[in-house]
Design a protein around this ligand. Structure first.
Ligand code: SF4
Length: 272
């Protein structure tokens, strides 16, 4: 059994209580237009380009494959870059290798644990479940999720993880589909299942100016949380640099709302 991982971050303090090793699984069925990990969206390994140090010689682009708006860098692009700025993103890991790697740091993770993030970790359900099984009783496990998954997958993971970090973005169905590309009915269903299960969870709301941080949306989120007796909520600030990674994957960062433009214009460092 193996899965595709695009990053492993050690000593994270943002992905659950205490110190965590965070494993980022590649692939996500959503396309949130503010996503700050676009390299985690496609399920398969891909070649990405670092934006720093580019000579603008165009060698990588000449050897890339264009699909619609997206430039897909190829192995030939990677080899052609004189500054070595292209790299493979996404590696196959077996359950044995990944859990052994995580457990190597177990003594340092006693007050934290391991968090499976992404991408969307529920998009690789067999791999995620096998890893959770293997780590059970050895390390505290958390799953950071958008909640977008079939009910049967969610319910199975619900029985195996110790903690959920559950993103709630937009409650209005039409707005959710417009900004994320997916219907929020499965997310709301899974959130309710989680809230009723007794498994600890932390709801998280990304504050995207003019999109998710409107009074109407925040009131709707608050009402859902109140209905289910949620004890706390984490508000995730929008990062001015969120668009900077899109060039890495040959895409254009196209999220524009009047509030976001205003927000980004106030930062000289914004790199969309
Ligand atoms: S090949 Fe390297 S240096 Fe040339 S444009 Fe591409 S990333 Fe920049």
């Amino acid at each position: 059994m193996d899965g595709i991982v695009f990053s492993i971050e050690e000593f994270s303090i943002y992905d659950g209580p205490g110190i965590h090793t965070t494993v980022f699984l590649k692939g996500c069925p959503m396309r949130c237009r503010w996503c700050h990990n676009p390299e985690g969206q496609r399920p398969e390994p891909e070649i990405v380009r670092s934006p720093n140090g580019c000579l603008h010689c165009g060698a990588c682009e000449r050897l890339a494959e264009k699909t619609g708006e997206r430039l897909g860098y190829t192995e030939e692009s990677r080899l052609a870059c004189p500054n070595g700025l292209l790299r493979r993103c996404g590696e196959r890991w077996t359950v044995d290798a990944l859990t052994a790697r995580v457990l190597k740091c177990a003594p340092l993770l006693e007050n934290g644990g391991v968090t499976f993030s992404g991408g969307e970790p529920l998009a690789q359900p067999e791999f995620l479940l096998a890893c959770l099984d293997r780590l059970r009783g050895k390390l505290h496990t958390a799953v950071q999720t958008s909640g977008f998954a079939p009910a049967e997958v969610f319910d199975e993971v619900l029985q195996k993880a110790d903690l959920f970090l559950f993103d709630l973005k937009l409650i209005d169905a039409e707005a959710h589909e417009r900004w994320t590309g997916q219907n929020n009915a499965p997310i709301l269903r899974n959130f309710r299942a989680l809230a009723q299960s007794g498994v600890p969870y932390i709801p998280r709301v990304p504050l995207i100016p003019g999109v998710t941080d409107t009074e109407e949306n925040l009131r709707a989120v608050a009402s859902l949380l109140q209905e289910h007796g949620a004890k706390s909520v984490e508000l995730l600030p929008y990062h001015r640099t969120a668009g900077g990674k899109y060039a890495m994957v040959g895409r254009v960062y196209d999220i524009k709302t009047p509030r976001l433009i205003q927000f980004n214009d106030s930062s000289a460092g914004f790199a969309a």
